[in-house]
Design a binder for this molecule. Structure first.
Ligand code: GRF
Length: 200
């Protein structure tokens, strides 16, 4: 059984979808730990309910990003984590974790990257009056939503699309797509960046 670590900062609906997929037998993995930088985040309740170990930290308690990432990295090594899954983690991953888990960190983003990276991708798509948006799962690099894309699924925006309606459509896709892609990555083996480049 492969081990994953989920990193989240907010409501954790994607975290929940992963938990549910594991419980339903659609994803063969163990969530070894939830890493969270917001003690009050709802995702913490979800982890408690699912009896998943958590590591909560406040970046302000550390001298630098390298310091807290070093601690997290040691914890993940101890728990033999195979894949880091970012699910609404509102921080950039720094060189310490990137080096330790090169090619083994993935993220989900609510737009068709490279369109609308960063915060509030749904609001950005609405403001731009985009006809299409969607969901992207991608490898994580040092940039903001810039890593190599693994898969995308698109959504057509209706004329009268609202933030709520678009969010609902996007979340419905995310909650199916993310567990399925995690399963694929764990099954076929996580593709490293250099291997990917050669394959392309
Ligand atoms: C999702 O839309 C995800 O694409 C983005 O952050 C959001 C997290 O939502 N990276 P949730 O906390 O999983 O509900």
């Amino acid at each position: 059984m492969k081990n994953i670590a989920v990193f989240a900062s907010g409501s954790g609906s994607n975290f929940q979808a992963i938990v549910d997929a594991i419980n339903a037998g659609g994803l063969s993995a163990t969530i070894s730990v939830l890493i969270c930088d917001q003690p009050g985040a709802y995702v913490m309740e979800r982890a408690r309910a699912a009896r998943i170990p958590t590591f909560v930290f406040n970046p302000k308690d550390y001298l630098s990003k390298a310091d807290y990432e070093e601690e997290i990295s040691m914890l993940l090594k101890k728990k033999q984590v195979d894949l880091i899954v970012l699910a609404g983690y509102m921080r950039l991953i720094g060189p310490t974790l990137l080096k330790a888990y090169e090619g083994r960190i993935v993220n989900i983003h609510p737009s068709l990257l490279p369109n609308f990276p960063g915060k509030d991708a749904i609001g950005q798509a609405l403001a731009a009056k985009a006809k299409w948006s969607g969901v992207t799962v991608h490898y994580v690099d040092e940039g903001m939503d810039t890593g190599p894309i693994i898969i995308q699924e698109r959504v057509r925006l209706a004329e009268n699309e609202t933030r709520e309606s678009l969010q609902k459509k996007i979340q419905a896709i995310e909650h199916k797509l993310y567990p399925a892609i995690i399963q694929m990555l764990l099954t076929v083996g996580v593709v490293k960046h250099d291997e990917k480049t050669r394959a392309n």
